[in-house]
Ligand binder design. Structure first.
Ligand code: MV4
Length: 657
């Protein structure tokens, strides 16, 4: 049988890390490949060896077979795991591996090929007795034939690209008079996207659930199924939340769908991990949709409820072993839910967001799992998928898993990056999901664009940020220990910018780490207790809580509960006018005592001229004017004890400066 010892993972991100973990556990050595954009990625660090295969664009790196094969050659890798996406369902790649005597950890070239074409796949499934949506998948591609077929099927119908997948090139047609136009656009879209204009027709199933069955086959003729996953919560054919088992599938239905999926795999002589996708109608009828000939993103929920490691199964099958468990020994227990964390903005039409993940702390705890390939400071670039992590929770019941997953997402720290974390929490808390009633229409029905609003921090949250910014500043300048004078009342103005808005506070320091923060009529007593890593315990008006923070140049990213926001101090920032009038406000740079004010109202001053002297941190500080102009007011006098940022001198800029 095929023996291998060194596995190259032709992928990146969380799935590369996932495969490497099991490969190492089983005693294999591993080779990572990476693009220039991924030099600092976790999968590169985890693998025994790593090879740079090219620049960031996928066509010149992860999709380039030649570069992958040369990485295998220089490292002596004798097996390739393709992960998902990229080359995982590329029949030519599977074939090329075989030709080079490299074990492709996946199905045969032929199986990939059959399932790559919807029309061909459907014909094979119908022959195998797998239920398919009534439709037309014949060779006659003329409009007249499609029109006749649609009449027989009955409207509404779906027009789909035979070479398509994941909803691309798909059209819902409600009325006969709309069919010709839909055929024309679908045909040209398919031509452009897949290089083939071949179409099929299907009866449209209304508001279906997306149920898929995990299958596994070895090369000795054994085929099993590992139950279903419900992937109904999607948007634009991108899965968002998946679970196993499905709340809509009874044991009886599971047996039927499982048997159909096993029949599908047997019909094409399948080997390895595969997923048979079905649409499930409200009446319990189910129809074959397509088969994915790879390990899927959402495989962890199946691992949770079966107790199996599916990557281990893949490697065992690839080296010729019999499946570790046969159907009678496969029992499902408990419930698992996975949420996909995307770097995207749910409040701006789910636009992908790039940027630096300043601080990343996945939640840990009983029944929790997080699959990711992230490290602090990693750049999320536009070159690859926006999915950055999968957060998974397991529990005895669906409700146990749901509650754990919500808490896990609330505790996950993804500071610095815009993600869909809060949106995932909102979905998981929605009644339709809670009751197990979500269909593929879930997001459109319950979270339409106009109802999605960004959660905003409260004034109290911002007061907390203001006091933390203040405390960090004092710590950084050393003035928390040297400049603080218990005899003086130090009240500092503090203006904090969050998004577009500025918020003004007065901060009175009561103790080394204790502040009274005021904004108008409101006030908060804030003390900082213990600090650990990126966590700080605060006492806020008598209630202790933990907040998380990370500094990113002048921005402070802060998480209070599930809410994350970023704040910046702008107390001394120019008012914003182009003439820099704000520069005329000369403030104390730190807490201290005024030695002298060297100007008076009405004086003309030159830029750079010393206008005040301050004693702070046991030193004298000369404070210069930042602009030339006329002194308009004086804010302190000799021997005053002043707080950081207190106004000392105000200067109006020269007219013709
Ligand atoms: C359908 C359908 C209704 N009726 N086919 C979308 C992805 C692609 N794999 C097939 N898809 C659909 N095919 C018939 N005959 C509805 C969908 C569909 C869908 C399927 C699964 C998950 C989410 C979906 C969202 C919209 C439409």
């Amino acid at each position: 049988m095929s023996r291998f010892s060194k596995i190259l993972i032709a992928n990146r991100g969380e799935i590369a890390c996932r495969v490497i973990r099991t490969a190492h556990e089983m005693g294999y050595s591993t080779v990572a490949v990476y693009s220039e954009a991924d030099a600092d990625a976790l999968h590169v660090a985890m693998a025994d060896e790593a090879v740079l295969i090219g620049p960031a664009p996928v066509g010149e790196s992860y999709l380039d077979m030649d570069r992958i094969f040369s990485a295998a050659e220089v490292t002596g890798a004798d097996a390739i795991h393709p992960g998902y996406g990229f080359l995982s369902e590329n029949a030519a790649f599977a074939k090329a591996c075989e030709e080079r005597n490299i074990t492709f950890i996946g199905p045969s070239e032929e199986a990939i090929d059959v399932m790559g074409n919807k029309a061909e796949a459907k014909r094979r499934m119908i022959d195998a007795g797998v239920p398919c949506v009534p439709g037309y998948e014949g060779e006659d591609q003329s409009d007249s034939h499609f029109i006749k077929a649609a009449d027989e099927i009955g409207f509404p119908v779906m027009v789909k690209a035979a070479a398509g997948g994941g909803g691309r090139g798909m059209r819902l047609v409600a009325k006969p008079e709309k069919l010709e136009k839909a055929l024309a656009t679908a045909r040209s879209e398919a031509e452009n996207a897949f290089g083939s204009g071949e179409l099929i027709l299907e009866k449209a199933v209304i508001e279906p659930r997306h149920i898929e069955i995990q299958v596994f086959a070895d090369s000795h003729g054994n085929v099993v199924h590992l139950g279903e996953r419900d992937c109904s919560i999607q948007r634009r054919h991108q899965k968002v939340i998946e679970e196993a088992p499905s709340p809509a599938v009874s044991e009886e239905l599971r047996q039927k769908m499982g048997a159909a999926a096993v029949a599908a795999a047997k019909a094409i002589n399948y080997r390895g991990a595969g997923t048979v996708e079905f649409l499930l109608g409200a009446d319990g009828s189910f129809y074959f949709l397509e088969m994915n000939t790879r390990l899927q993103v959402e495989h962890p929920v199946t691992e949770c409820i079966t107790g199996f490691d599916l990557v281990e199964w893949q490697l065992r099958v690839a080296r010729g072993e019999v499946l570790p468990s046969l159907q009678d020994d496969i029992v499902l227990f408990g419930h698992a839910i996975e949420a996909r964390l995307y770097a995207e903005d749910p409040y701006k039409d789910f636009l992908p967001r790039v940027g630096t993940l300043v601080s990343w702390r996945p939640a840990i705890g009983e029944g929790l799992r997080c699959d990711h390939g992230l490290v602090d400071g990693i750049e999320i670039t536009p070159h690859y998928d926006a999915m950055i992590a999968k957060v998974i929770a397991y529990g005895e019941s669906r409700e146990d898993a749901r509650l754990r997953l919500i808490r896990s997402l609330e505790q996950t720290q993804d500071l610095g990056l815009t993600t869909n974390r809060q949106f995932l929490i909102d979905c998981l808390k929605h009644d339709a999901f809670t009751n197990g009633e979500a269909t593929t229409g879930f997001i459109e029905s319950y979270f339409p664009k106009k109802t999605r609003t960004r959660p905003e921090p409260t004034k109290q949250d911002i007061a907390l940020a203001a006091s933390l910014l203040f405390a960090i500043q004092q710590h950084d300048t050393g003035s928390d220990t040297d400049g603080w004078d218990s005899a003086a009342i130090n009240i500092s103005p503090m203006v904090v910018e969050v998004g577009e808005n500025k918020h003004s506070f007065q901060i009175q320091q009561n103790d080394l780490s204790s502040y009274l923060v005021r904004a108008g009529e409101e006030e908060w007593n804030i003390s900082f207790l213990d600090e650990f890593d990126t966590e700080i315990r605060v006492l806020l008006n008598g209630v202790q809580k933990t907040i998380h923070f990370a500094e990113d140049t002048d921005l402070l990213h802060i998480a209070v509960g599930a809410l994350t926001f970023s704040a910046r101090e702008v107390t001394l920032a120019p008012a914003g006018s182009a003439d820099g009038a704000g520069d005329g406000r000369i403030a104390a740079p730190m807490n201290g005592r005024v030695i002298d004010i060297l100007v008076k109202a009405g004086d003309k001053v030159e830029k750079g001229q010393i206008v005040a002297m301050l004693e702070a941190m046991k030193m004298e500080h000369e404070i210069p004017a930042r602009i030339s102009g006329t002194v308009t007011s004086i804010g302190a006098k000799k021997d005053d004890q002043v707080a950081s940022k207190a106004m000392l001198v105000e200067i109006e800029a020269e007219e013709d400066a």
